[in-house]
Ligand binder design. Structure first.
Ligand code: BT5
Length: 329
């Protein structure tokens, strides 16, 4: 179905859907209920955003080139009517997408609302650690989910997201990432993605889960700050190719939608199996570094609650709720 033109974004979508065929300015104006000059102004605005729109006399407008941006229209084009995403809110530069998503969720934004930015100036990880989010290089995005579950099940959404992003990265960039419990994706031992799950909840019910995804996409080796040079990588570094960020963002969203539904319909078992299949942690000797202690042993699996189980040398199985995992040998 063709989308109805009502503003600059929907005009862009329509031009994308036309597959290179000119779209008449008069038709667009009639449809939107505005003048041809108003349509022309939207076209000018698109050009200011970096799109190349050709105007062919007596025929109409053709979209010739799109900039490398995470524009809602471009992401929607790749989403191809997938039902999960409700609204995509795009920013050029923000402090962090997380507080914006929290505010939107509190103000009633529905399940599947997405906040995405080209750049974050104060991106953050767990425990308020900084998250490097250079302009135009990655996918800095927060997704609002409103599942009807008790709060203790919310951490499972970190695992659902990890499985979803692994699949999206495989499909879009042809790179195999492995999951390091609980929230990192690694390629060749370096971090390519971090996930941050935050919660708004009553004592017995989740109000909203905000999932932050930081995916390093098109950085080149010198692009990372010095302190990350040895521990971070990007899909471009790993694949040797520039990756279409909008296509990847769409694939991530489609897969978060798909695996959330699978989880809500069939429970955690299928997610657990997929997670363990893609895990870099299970079967390894690890140190789980926590605030007060470090537990050393072999990671043997995750529980229904997403807790990591470690068998220590004396044979005891310890459940780890939150820690940094480092290889023990
Ligand atoms: C994370 O935290 O890995 C979660 C990162 C979530 C980022 C997203 S981006 C969209 C949304 N908005 C936000 O503000 N955040 C979310 P953690 O496990 O605590 O890891 C943080 C550590 O990763 C830092 O201390 C650095 O060592 C490292 N790091 C920082 N930036 C990185 C990057 N771009 N790539 C790889 N590693 C990075």
């Amino acid at each position: 179905m063709e989308s109805k033109v009502k503003d600059k974004e929907s005009l862009l979508r329509r031009l994308m859907e036309s597959g290179g065929e000119p779209v008449s300015g008069q038709m667009l104006a009639d449809e939107a209920g505005v003048s041809r000059t108003a349509v022309w102004k939207w076209v000018r605005e698109l050009e200011e955003d970096g799109y190349t729109v050709r105007s062919i006399r007596k025929k109409g407008y053709v979209l010739e080139a799109s900039p490398d941006r995470l524009s809602p229209a471009l992401i929607r084009k790749y989403l191809n009517d997938d039902p999960f995403v409700s609204e995509i809110i795009h920013f050029e530069s923000v402090g962090s997408t997380m507080p914006i998503a929290h505010r939107e969720a509190q103000n009633g934004a529905p399940n599947g609302t997405v906040i995405v930015a080209e750049e974050q100036t104060e991106g953050r990880g767990r425990l308020a650690r900084p998250w490097s989010s250079a302009a135009g290089k990655g996918i800095w995005m927060s997704v609002i989910l409103k599942p009807d579950i008790p709060p203790h099940r919310a951490p499972q959404f970190t695992l659902i997201t990890a499985v979803a992003i692994c699949r999206a990265i495989r499909e879009t960039a042809d790179v195999e990432a492995r999951i390091k419990w609980p929230n990192d994706l690694l390629v060749g031992g370096c971090k390519v993605t971090g996930i941050l799950t935050e919660l708004q909840a009553d004592p017995d019910r989740v109000q909203a889960i905000i999932i932050g995804t930081g995916i390093n996409v098109n950085q080149e080796p010198g692009d990372f700050p010095e302190e990350l040079a040895d521990i971070a990588t990007s899909l471009r570094i790993e694949s040797g190719q520039t990756v279409d960020r909008a296509a990847l963002a769409a694939s991530v969203l489609r897969n978060i939608g798909r695996y959330s539904s699978l989880y809500l319909e069939e429970g955690f078992a299928p997610i657990k199996a997929l997670w363990e299949e893609n895990s870099d942690t299970i079967g390894r000797k690890v140190n789980a570094v926590m605030m007060r202690e470090t537990v050393t042993g072999t990671a043997i699996g995750i529980t229904e609650e997403g807790v990591l189980e470690i068998r220590t040398d004396d044979g005891t199985v310890r459940g780890i709720y939150s820690a940094d995992i480092v290889p023990a040998e």
